[in-house]
Design a protein around this ligand. Structure first.
Ligand code: SF4
Length: 124
């Protein structure tokens, strides 16, 4: 997530910088820095931001799980943490999913995969 996207999402959440800092558990200075591009946005902050966006009003809570949308075969599901933890609507939140082949080992790799996925795009 870059600084412009961070600001856009904060505004979408209808939060001031101070409110956003409280929600993210960071200082208001950190929020300023993210929006000015002085600091990179850490993975945990990005994850939290996406989580809040996914819970906004207007996002249906009765979504189909990702394995239904993507028609994952049983063998694939058995290896996938989203299936193991029954988190088909929050699959993008969990690391180690196998949607793009091998399990992504870090958040940045995972986000590259998720950002091109229709499940993720349907939220954001
Ligand atoms: S690529 Fe990401 S958003 Fe898509 S199904 Fe896999 S974990 Fe979910």
């Amino acid at each position: 997530m870059d600084s412009k996207e961070f600001k856009k999402f904060r505004e979408k959440l209808n939060k001031t910088q101070k409110q956003m800092a409280q929600l993210l558990g960071v200082s208001i200075k950190a929020v300023h820095s993210y929006e000015q591009g002085w600091r990179n946005i850490p993975a945990n902050v990005e994850r939290q931001m996406f989580f809040l966006l996914s819970r906004m009003d207007g996002n249906p809570k009765d979504r189909k799980p990702c394995w239904v949308i993507k028609k994952c075969p049983t063998e694939t599901k058995k290896q996938c943490p989203a299936w193991e933890f029954q988190a088909g609507e929050l699959c993008w939140f969990i690391n180690g999913n196998i949607c793009c082949g091998d399990a992504c080992m870090d958040w940045a790799d995972k986000m590259k995969c998720c950002r091109s996925c229709k499940v993720f795009k349907s939220f954001f």
